[in-house]
Design a protein around this ligand. Structure first.
Ligand SMILES: [Zn+2]
Length: 282
């Protein structure tokens, strides 16, 4: 799942590759991909790409004439530039923006579900879009300490709360484990019960996002690969020793995600039950 480091490196590489390129045509093979009808995709014809930026986990492609394409990759979408046009039989294609120089900007989605979407909006409307207007502060660069403290002062568990884009934008199922491990905080801690020092640890934990981005800047060339070399240290590494203290990392499995943590440093030695099993036993 692309989160801030992955979407930011994608936006940087695409922006560098595509800025100035003119659109020849655009079409959406994914029947449910476009969530807007006005302006139509055809409005992109003849326009130049001005740049690519990121809001939370969403890439935004800017075109001249004040048009913006807001993209939500969901869990399996990828936005990539290709030297040649895709075959229309490529079932992964959701949106194709064909450039006059023969290249193509392609929104693809892995897996069978069609969940990734895009909106073509007048540039001035992007900040007002419901998916953007409801976002919390960006997780990277980290918000000021007081802003983070206010955002997480809620009676909710940290793990789901930090993945809630309305609380803080850009964190998902992978990096939340890394952030909480860095901060030595339990995924089950109640946000409203954090003391000042714990909020400081959480704030410092957000640095993993910037470090991941630095890693991508070093290892990723002009083209972002389908599968990014994510520098994860604990997420999905249950059964392996904690990289800091050597205790065996534990995990709780949910229907669609896995929460990995170090029991020694994060949960006071407590090992939590597998949620899949407890649901079956009910
Ligand atoms: Zn540990």
């Amino acid at each position: 799942m692309p989160e801030i480091p992955e979407v930011e490196i994608t936006a940087r590489r695409l922006g560098a590759a595509l800025s100035g390129a003119e659109v020849d045509s655009a079409l959406a093979p994914g029947m449910v991909t476009m969530k807007t009808v006005k302006p139509p995709l055809g409005a992109l014809e003849g326009r130049a790409v001005e740049g690519v930026r990121r809001i939370g986990k969403m890439p935004v492609v800017e075109f001249d004439g004040e048009l913006s394409l807001l993209v939500h990759l969901m869990s399996a979408g990828r936005l990539q530039a290709f030297e040649e046009r895709a075959s229309l039989r490529d079932k992964r294609s959701r949106l194709l923006i064909r450039l006059a120089d023969g290249r193509e900007l392609r929104l693809r989605e892995f897996g069978t579900k069609q969940r990734a979407w895009a909106k073509l909006l007048p540039a001035a409307d992007v900040e007002r879009d419901e998916m953007v207007a409801t976002l919390g502060p960006e997780a990277w660069p980290a918000p000021p300490l007081e802003e983070l403290a206010a955002a997480v002062d809620q009676a909710r568990h940290l793990h789901p709360m930090l993945r809630d884009q309305r609380v803080i934008a850009g964190i998902g199922r992978s990096w939340v484990d890394e952030i909480l491990w860095e901060a030595r905080l339990s995924p089950f801690r109640n946000g409203a019960e954090l003391d000042a020092e714990e909020v400081e640890h959480l704030h410092a934990g957000l640095d993993v996002l910037g470090r991941a981005l630095e890693h991508y800047e070093e290892v990723i060339g002009a083209t972002v690969p389908d599968k990014l070399p994510m520098p994860l240290r604990v997420h999905r590494r249950q059964g392996e020793p904690c990289p800091r203290c050597g205790t065996t990392l534990e995990a709780v499995h949910f229907a669609e995600h896995v929460m990995t943590y170090c029991p020694e440093e994060q949960t006071g030695g407590r090992v939590y039950k597998d949620r899949r099993l407890s649901r079956l036993l009910k």
